[in-house]
Design a protein around this ligand. Sequence first.
Ligand SMILES: *Cc1c(COP(=O)(O)O)cnc(C)c1O
Length: 358
Amino acid sequence: MKKHNFSAGPSVLPQYTIEKTAEALLNFYGTGLSLMEVSHRDKEFMSVNTEAQQLFKELLNIPEGYHVLFLGGGASLQFAMVPFNLLNKKAAYLNTGVWAGKALKEAKGLGEVIEVASSKDANFNFIPKNYTVPADADYFHITTNNTIYGTEIHTDLDVNIPLVADMSSDIFSRPVDISKYALIYGGAQKNLAPAGLTFVIVREDILGKAERYIPTMLNYKTHIENDSMFNTPPVVPIFAALQTLKWMKEEGGVNEMYRRNVEKATLLYNEIDSSPMFKSTVANKEDRSIMNICFVMNDGFEEFEKEFLEFAKSKGMNGIKGHRSVGGFRASTYNALPKESVQALVDCMQEFRKMKNA
Ligand SMILES: *Cc1c(COP(=O)(O)O)cnc(C)c1O
């Protein structure tokens, strides 16, 4: 039976990425050695690293003055690296979920933190909109896609201070005006590569202003100066990321990814909205994520939650159980998830509804 992978992360990757990486694990670029066994300083791997950086910049239209870094530590280490490098006195954070809250907590250890707005009291089911960003803060931090709650900031905000964004789960899902951001980071395991790789896009001119000692490995400058090769980088995930980048380019780039993602999300949201059996957990339609689609059993159908999960599983649906803090279901529809998988889930929802005469 065909498996449909709706997992939130690590998650579905293009078949191309998996095959090319499998080949390289057996014989890397004809060297007769495994990708796992070669030095990261060999010219073959150096060219992988350079090509991946270049293609990353090309696909996102990254302007001059920005660097792309490939690091370890996950997005979670960036929660600390950002304030270490950018926070002098005060930072502003938008609290839109668990990840945003974790980022905020790390900054608190290094300076004053203003929480400009929060949707916590509503279990993060919307994106706050009417708030003021303090003009004297060193930066404003947002989480553009809230993986757990299925909410997303779909536009690039205009703010007068450096804008920092955690884009772990929506990078490459839509065109982004990079020039609006001072720094963007994320774990690669949602939309790009296997776990172990963290990407950072940083505008050079925001660095060097923090008045503290920054440990070498936490200092963005270390990684800029060494082309992400200060220490051993995550070689296999970087190679896999390059394959995903090539795949995206071949498929038509970020604009095409966006078109497909909207199409997939619309298909599923339409079913959720029109079915008496299910309902969306997001309060405002405009805040709905196109990457993580959260829904629950509608009022009166709560008792069928477990049964639907089992039914969907028997039809090949993988990873649709919602995060424990939201419950219900979450279908992650990352770039590599084909439309056929979303259609299969919709069919499954309709079939279940018929079974229950709803
Ligand atoms: C998954 C996720 C993280 C955590 O990433 P790690 O790489 O596991 O540290 C942080 N932020 C968001 C938005 C995520 O989706």
